[in-house]
Write a protein that binds this ligand. Structure first.
Ligand SMILES: NCCCC[C@H](N)C(=O)NCC(=O)O
Length: 562
């Protein structure tokens, strides 16, 4: 069809950039919430008794519905049928509801032993299940919103600053990730472990309002184009999937995508905990190191995209990105290199890799797949990517628990010792607290003890039998009771509780240190999984380059012809 755009609202730079900012706000909230609970992993363990496998189940749940129910494929169809406005609003609302369910689940008291049996996963804590269902719903909303926002940007910027607008939209989204990694744990420490989710809910709500405003702008655009003939967009067709999956180049890109993203996104889920456990970074600031990664990509992705546009070498860029991935995870896996400055440098290099690969990968797809099948191609690539985002975080949690079998049980032992110590000292001193105050005090004290042991102790951990662990617990209770005997209550109840907290913290710390209890995760096996994903990425990047040479896709050629 001919395109004779005359006075379309698209011609107004102010209108189209406003549209870009409005739609990007929901992506900002989504990318924030995606990582809001990750830095809080150590607190979820100390306060709620989650294990690394529970955390792995939770983070993998992002992709449950997308993978099992083919939601990404359906979202593409729904987007074609219902359009940007309705699909965008529904996905923003879905993200909001998912976040709400997740918040409710983590603040609700479930009995410690409450579990349900799930196919494939087995027994799972009821709280982990409800949090995961919320996160899975959020995942459907995020992925659907991802493809909807791309379509919205294309609608406003086709023939204009399309690449820049897409790059900026991605940058705004990544700012959300950087913010979550940097502030979630300080927020949780200073307020409550659920506070980062509450903030996510607020951001998501702002995203919904912004999308409603976008709808009005979009209606104005439609009105302005009523008299004008514009290109009709190609709809999503199931039969296109068949022709796409017959293309070998498509498979190389899709596999490279799942391998590469699986070595980055899931790394971010665990990175704060990794910094705390391996590099002894203080929990309050540990998230700043992984936040350097998305923060760097905010500037580098558009920069590398521009270089690819002008100079080409797309397949080579992907090879370099995969090599950097191997270098980073290889260095992070070396046990004796435990300096946080080196870790920060490696995260910056990972940020460079994470800017190189996407800046070459996404623009490479149109060189392999005809334009009319692009929407379908991206939906299938994201579906395959989601399989990795589902399996890898789960595997990481299981491997972390399997290679550190006593850490979760030792943290649980500390929690129950702290709880019993409070009960004893409060009763001894005739101080009454309600269930909420008690819960809060136990959570805070357990977290403080665990954090300070992990940060400040240098002992070589010893594995204890169940009977020895019972002895350690009894020793904690005895020490606390002895130290608490000399304790003088204050008229002010909260001063007395603070004194009790101090006694319990000091005594528990001493007993743990003396008995060399293992509460520090060794992440080596997990990081080696990432390094292996890097090696596989490199192989597929080379295969893609070879296929490009055979079929002449032009991946090494510049996008802009001089
Ligand atoms: N943690 C956000 C998940 C978004 C996944 C999405 N399918 C995607 O890959 N977007 C492109 C990107 O580079 O973020």
């Amino acid at each position: 069809m001919t395109e004779t755009i005359k006075r379309s609202l698209r011609e107004s730079p102010k209108a189209r950039w406003t549209a870009m900012v409005l739609v990007s706000l929901s992506a900002f909230g989504a990318y924030y919430f995606n990582y809001a609970l990750s830095p809080v992993k150590p607190m979820l363990e100390s306060a709620l008794g989650w294990t690394s496998s529970d955390f792995g189940t939770y983070t993998s749940s992002y992709a449950w519905f997308n993978v099992y129910f083919f939601m990404l494929i359906f979202s593409g169809i729904i987007l074609d049928k219902l359009g940007i406005r309705l699909t965008g609003l529904s996905s923003a609302l879905l993200m909001l509801i998912g976040t709400g369910i997740n918040y409710w689940a983590v603040v609700t008291d479930f009995p410690d032993a409450a579990q349900v049996a799930l196919p494939l996963i087995g027994e799972i804590k009821t709280q982990v299940l409800y949090s995961s269902l919320g996160f899975a719903l959020f995942g459907v909303g995020t992925e659907a919103s991802g493809i909807t926002l791309t379509k919205a940007i294309v609608r406003w910027f086709k023939g204009k600053e399309l690449a820049l607008a897409m790059g900026l939209q991605m940058s705004i989204a990544r700012m959300g990730t950087a913010l979550a990694l940097a502030v979630a744990l300080p927020l949780a420490i200073n307020f409550h472990y659920s506070s980062p989710i509450l903030w996510a809910f607020v951001l998501m709500f702002i995203g919904v309002i912004a999308f409603v405003m976008y709808i009005f702008l979009d209606l104005k655009l439609e009105k302005s184009e009523k008299e004008i003939e514009v290109d009709e967009e190609e709809p999503f067709r199931l039969r296109d999937i068949l022709s796409i999956i017959k293309n070998r180049g498509f498979w190389y890109i899709a596999i490279l995508c799942v391998l590469f993203y699986s070595a980055v996104f899931p790394f971010l889920y665990y990175a704060t905990d990794f910094m705390i456990n391996k590099y002894r970074v203080a929990p309050g600031v540990a998230g700043i190191i992984p936040s350097l990664l998305p923060f760097g990509t905010i500037f580098l992705t558009p920069l590398f995209g521009g270089i690819y546009d002008k100079k080409g070498k797309g397949a080579t860029i992907m090879i370099i990105g995969a090599l950097l991935l191997i270098l980073v995870h290889g260095v992070l896996a070396i046990p004796f290199l435990d300096n946080w400055i080196l870790a920060s440098a490696m995260v910056v290099v990972l940020g460079i890799a994470f800017s190189l690969v996407p800046s070459a990968m996404w623009p490479a797809v149109p060189k392999i797949i005809p334009e009319k099948r692009l929407g379908t191609a991206y939906a299938v690539i994201f579906w395959i990517q989601n399989i990795g985002l589902m399996l890898v975080p789960l595997l990481l949690g299981i491997v972390l628990d399997a290679t550190n079998p006593s850490v979760a049980t030792n943290k649980a032992l500390i929690r129950s010792s702290v709880e019993q110590s409070y009960s004893t000292l409060l009763a001894q001193n005739n101080i009454t607290v309600d269930a909420d105050e008690m819960k809060r005090a136990v959570e805070t004290t357990t977290t403080t003890v665990v954090d300070s042991v992990v940060k400040t102790s240098f002992y070589k951990e010893i594995e204890h039998s169940a009977a020895e662990k019972e002895d350690v617990k009894n020793e904690i209770l005895k020490q606390v009771a002895t130290a608490g005997g000399a304790f003088e209550t204050d008229e002010d109840k909260s001063t007395s509780i603070n004194k009790i907290q101090q006694i319990i913290t000091e005594q528990t710390y001493q007993v743990i240190e003396k008995n060399k209890l293992n509460i520090r995760y060794n992440y080596q096996a997990d990081i080696l999984i990432f390094a292996m994903l890097g090696v596989l990425s490199l192989i597929f990047a080379f295969l893609l380059k070879r296929e490009d040479r055979k079929k002449g896709y032009g991946l090494e050629l510049p996008n802009i012809k001089e």
